[in-house]
Ligand binder design. Sequence first.
Ligand code: SF4
Ligand code: MG
Length: 332
Amino acid sequence: NEVLLSVRDLKKHFTMGKNEILKAVDGISFDIYKGETFGLVGESGCGKSTAGRTMIGLYDRTDGEVVFNGKDVHSLTEKERFHFHKQMQMIFQDPYASLNPRSTVKEIISEPMEVHGLFPNKKERLERIYQLLEDVGLNRDHANRFPHEFSGGQRQRIGIARALALDPDFIIADEPISALDVSVQAQVVNLLKRLQKEKGLTYLFIAHDLSMVKQISNRIGVMYLGHIVELTASNQLYNKPLHPYTQALLSAIPIPDPDVEDQRERIILQGELPSPMDPPSGCVFRTRCQHAMDICAQKKPVWQEIDKDHYVACHLYDEHSEGKDKNEMLVN
Ligand code: SF4
Ligand code: MG
C-alpha cells in the first residue's frame, strides 16, 4: 500500500477567551493510502472536521505533522501551497452555503480553473465544464442556471464538479451527504465511488453516521473528543469492534433486514460529551464508558495493534501488549 498522506501526532488547539484552550484535535496519527477511502467517524464536536481542515492546511497546526506526497503541508512555501491546492480539494456538508448564489453553475466550476490558469482558452474551458457536469450526472443545459434552481442532491453534484475542476488526487468530503434526503444519499455515495474509480481519487470521508461511512470506506478511524480511539478495515470494525465507544455507536445502528431478529444489546452512552476545554484525565471516554476501571482515570491508554492492522486505545486490552516492546506499540 502506497501512502499518500500521513498524519503524525497532529494537534489543533484553539485559544478561547480567558486563556482557556479547546483541544479540538489532540494527537491523532494515521496514514491514508493511495486510492482508498478513509472514513473518519464520530459525534459532532469530536474534532473530525477540524482534523480535515488542518490536514488540508486551512488551519495551522498546533503540533505534529501532515505529510502529503512527501511534503509537510504546514511548511510549504507560498508557491508550493498554491500548487498543493490543485491536488487537494474539499467537499462540504452544505453545498448551498458553499456555492455563491449569484454565480451560475458555469462560473462556479470555472473559478478554480481561472485562479490556477487552467484551460485559458475559453472554448476549451467551456468544454471542460460540460465534461465535468456530465461526469457528475448533470448536463450542459445546467451550466447557465443558478444554485437555487437545483435540488440538494444536484447542488452537491455541482460542489463535486467544482472540486474536480483542478483534477485533484485527494478529496476531503466533510459530511457530504448528511444534509441530503435519505433517498438521495446513496446516489451521491455511488457517484463518489464511480468518480474514485474513474479518476483514481483518494478520499477522506468524514461522517457522524457509521452506517453510511461503511458503504464507502476501506478503513475507518473512530474519533472521540479529539482522539482516534480505534482504527481498522471497515469489515473488521463492524464485525469485531474493540473499543467500547465503537461498540456503542454500532449498537445504535438498526439491522437492515426486518426478518432478522435484532438480539444485540443496545449500549446507551451515559451522560453528555465532556467539554474539549476540560477533557477527562486518563482515557477521554471514561465518563461515558460502562467498563471504566480505576486505571482509566489515571493513565492514558496507549495506541496498540491488537489484530493485524487493527488499532485501539483502551485499557481493556492492556494484558495483550505485555511483553511487547513499548516503542513498537507507540508506532502507528
Ligand atoms: Fe473504557 Fe477504560 Fe477502555 Fe477508556 S480505557 S474505553 S474508560 S475501558
Ligand atoms: Mg463537522
